[in-house]
Design a protein around this ligand. Structure first.
Ligand SMILES: Cc1cc2nc3c(=O)[nH]c(=O)nc-3n(C[C@H](O)[C@H](O)[C@H](O)COP(=O)(O)OP(=O)(O)OC[C@H]3O[C@@H](n4cnc5c(N)ncnc54)[C@H](O)[C@@H]3O)c2cc1C
Length: 473
């Protein structure tokens, strides 16, 4: 029997896609990468995943795991060879169990993030991971990329939100690690190894997730600012005044919000006059466990202090749920407005908050010197020290001309990241986009240990080859 016949017999003919049916799975969200595949295979259970992996391992067929295909580094797109099988987890979308007393839920890898948030809320609990792509991305993809998003400040990244995993190894064995334990010191932490491994070590089929109490009240505000220094001062003030109640702190350049209102005219900036044209804005969120009045009083005190000490130039506090959603919608629309505006050279960087202003000033200057006229599209999760620092075509540039200089732009930005003690990937991962840069910038001992782990867990190199690590270097 051929590999394809065996795969059809395992998951059913309807769940092995070829030709045009497979096309949507062979390009990434940004349409930067296009690949080919033997087929797209969609198993419905962990046993079926294991059988597919065993078939591929025996035949030496590479496997590219895929969830919602919203990743931003080309990690879920196969190469050009047409040899790989794309393993789509989307049919594995059951909530297996919710344990409200243990504050945990067991979910399958193909569950869409939003459906997990909804199921938690129906059980009177909060699952706090929150991303602009939450209507399409899956828990498996969130784990495989160690996703971050807008609530990391309070609840941490996906690594902090997962207590246990179920994984199909590269040999096709099933590791039953769905444990709802906060403490478990029984040797090496395999869970943390598979989280963030981007499908290069095994296939995540299910997870035990950590739940939290639902906040009783929340407040949202948009603050207009003159500088990143002022944003950093506001963050420090808000942290001191609000403590763990500060659940979101998002920085956005005025240009980013202008591109949102251009691309989506129904959206408006809630400021007028000078405050509508300032270079920086911050979206803050507070979640309170007492009452609406308590939340608002604390929020107004902190924001009043910020206005009094001149770090905030103007403030709008949402007075209803709809207004709060409208403010968040502005922030969440930035990647969509950016996509509509054309291609850009993207960076997802992590740097100490205290060096944020210096980094942006020096890197902007260096880029203007070498590539005059490029536009700087800057936004991100300032509370976590995470910026999306993107370089877009400005006057005199086309998409094609800019992308032709991508590696040179990476070099400039990565050198500045190194200078301030940062990282070239904060939350999007490495995939194929940053694979070569990782080899260049990672500590050599750390990189060698990563290769040792890859060889130990995936000796034949069939798990998502060409992603994260350069093969056999
Ligand atoms: C509009 C928009 C906003 C975004 N905002 C954020 C944000 O704020 N924060 C953030 O962190 N990311 C963000 N992202 C990026 C993306 O949504 C996340 O990386 C997400 O976690 C990917 O999930 P997915 O299911 O789409 O994974 P995919 O894109 O399908 O896959 C991503 C990687 O995970 C691997 N993978 C997928 N499923 C599995 C599995 N079950 N087992 C093993 N490996 C697997 C793939 O091989 C690939 O390497 C955003 C993307 C978009 C389009």
């Amino acid at each position: 029997m051929s590999v394809l016949d065996t795969l059809r017999a395992t998951v059913g003919d309807a769940h092995v896609r070829e030709g045009t049916d497979a096309a949507p799975y062979l390009t990434d969200w940004r349409e930067r990468y296009r690949g080919h595949a033997l087929a797209v295979v969609s198993p419905a259970s962990t046993d079926e995943v294991a059988a597919v992996v065993r078939t591929c391992a025996t035949a030496g067929v590479p496997i590219v795991p895929q969830g919602g295909n919203t990743g931003l580094c080309g990690g879920a797109t196969p190469d050009d060879s047409g040899r790989a099988v794309v393993l789509s987890l989307r049919r594995m979308n059951r909530i297996r169990a919710i344990d409200p007393y243990n504050d945990t839920m067991d979910v399958e890898a193909g569950c869409v993030l939003q459906s997990v948030q909804d199921a938690a809320r129906e059980a009177g609990r909060l699952f706090p991971l929150s991303l602009g792509s939450e209507g399409s991305c899956t828990i498996g993809g969130n784990l495989a990329t160690n996703a971050g998003g807008t609530q990391v400040l309070r609840y941490g990244t996906m690594r902090e939100l997962a207590l246990g995993l179920e994984v199909v190894t590269a040999r096709g064995d099933i590791w039953h690690g769905l444990r709802g334990l906060r403490k478990d010191n029984t040797g090496y932490d395999l869970r943390d190894l598979f989280i963030g491994s981007e499908g290069t070590l095994g296939v995540i089929t299910a997870a035990t997730l950590r739940l939290y109490p639902l906040p009783v009240a929340s407040c949202t505000a948009l603050v207009a600012l003159s500088s990143i220094d002022d944003a950093v001062a506001l963050l420090s003030l808000a942290r001191r005044g609000l403590g763990a109640s500060l659940t979101g702190f998002e920085l956005m350049a005025g240009d980013c919000l202008a591109s949102v209102t251009r691309a989506f005219p129904a959206q408006r900036l809630p400021f007028e006059g000078n405050a509508a044209t300032l270079p920086w804005y911050v979206l803050l969120e507070l979640s309170d466990s007492e009452s609406e009045a308590h939340a608002r009083e604390r929020f107004e005190t902190v924001l009043g202090d910020a206005v009094a000490n001149d770090s905030a130039r103007d403030v709008v506090i949402a007075s209803s749920f709809a207004q709060s959603r409208a403010l968040w919608h502005l922030r969440e629309s930035i990647p969509l407005a950016e996509k509509a505006a054309g291609k850009a050279v993207k960076h997802d960087i992590s740097i100490p908050v205290s060096r944020m202003a210096e980094f942006v000033r020096d890197t902007n200057e260096a880029l203007q010197h070498i590539f005059p006229g490029v536009r700087h599209v800057i936004f991100g999760h300032l509370g976590d020290g995470n910026l999306h620092y993107n370089v877009a075509p400005g006057a005199g540039w086309t998409d094609i001309a800019l992308l032709a200089r991508q590696e040179a732009i990476f070099d400039v930005v990565h050198a500045h990241i190194g200078r301030v003690g940062g990282s070239i990937s904060a939350e999007h991962g490495i995939g194929q986009l940053r694979r070569d840069a990782l080899a260049q910038f990672k500590d050599p001992i750390e990189l060698a240990l990563m290769h040792t782990i890859k060889h130990a867990l995936d000796p034949h190199g069939t798990m998502n080859p060409g992603k994260v690590l350069i093969a056999d270097s």
